[in-house]
Design a protein around this ligand. Structure first.
Ligand code: NAD
Ligand code: ZN
Length: 224
């Protein structure tokens, strides 16, 4: 199985959070303030504006060679922290992808009626009102302080403890549950390979670390 983070999409031009905060437009804001329930409650329009900008980046981006290599590894379950749809657009079927942090290309009801729908507006600002119950609509992502979708989390944990090989790609390992999933796999006896240009705490759990960008490494590492 594969566990990925924002670094997988970095070479497609989608910044990780740290890089995103250098962007002039948003440099005054902390992503944890924008990607949190408190930030949304305080200023929903500002949060929607930030998501409109991020949705624009995702819409313009193309899957890179790492997404294509992962899509071609047909046996692998892809557990991702990414909210973009580049892995789907690289051709990996939905049933092989678990989005731990939801999807930026969808909105959902914030008031709990269960409505989820694709973002339709050209600008990507998304809906402010739920079309089903009239409540508040919001990006269908998991924010800081929110719990992960239970069914997805349960499947990811089971897969991690059962797999004999875990490929970790582009995640810093400082945000939970990243470290926990890698630990589960290592404890279950999996061989763990970590791909990241920078050293991370996950190197200590890995049997092999490859310090290089994902798009260069994955096509050579995985079966065609
Ligand atoms: P993160 O904590 O997963 O860190 C990104 C990691 O990617 C870093 O360790 C960095 O060294 C590595 N990296 C950078 N370029 C790489 C490359 N070319 N190949 C391989 N690795 C590379 O991610 P974050 O940016 O701190 O974000 C935290 C959370 O924010 C994520 O879990 C995610 O849910 C969300 N996020 C998602 C996206 C997306 O969907 N594309 C983008 C930004 C943030
Ligand atoms: Zn609703």
């Amino acid at each position: 199985m594969v566990f990925c983070g924002a670094g997988l999409s970095a070479e497609s031009g989608i910044p990780t959070f740290r890089a995103a905060s250098d962007h002039a437009l948003w440099s005054r804001y902390d992503p944890e303030e924008l990607a949190s329930i408190e930030g949304f409650t305080r200023n929903p329009d500002r949060v929607r504006g930030w998501y409109a900008w991020r949705r624009g980046l995702v819409a313009e981006a193309m899957p890179n060679d790492a997404h294509h290599a992962l899509a071609g590894w047909h046996e692998a379950l892809l557990v991702t922290q990414n909210v973009d749809d580049l892995q789907e657009r690289a051709g990996a079927p939905d049933e092989r992808i678990l989005h731990l942090h939801g999807s930026i290309v969808h909105d959902r009801c914030h008031d709990g009626c269960g409505w989820v729908g694709p973002v339709e507006s050209e600008a990507g600002g998304g809906r402010s009102e739920c079309p089903r119950c009239g409540g508040v609509a919001r990006p269908a992502v998991v924010w800081f302080g929110e719990t992960l979708p239970q069914a997805v989390w349960t499947r990811a944990c089971r897969a991690c403890s059962e797999t004999d090989l875990l490929l970790v790609v582009g995640t810093s390992g400082v945000v939970q549950p990243a470290a926990m999933l890698v630990e589960m796999a290592a404890d279950g006896g999996a061989y763990v390979v970590n791909v990241n240009p920078e050293p991370t705490p996950l190197d200590a759990l890995a049997d092999a670390s490859i310090h290089a960008p994902a798009a260069g490494v994955l096509p050579a590492l995985l079966p065609d």
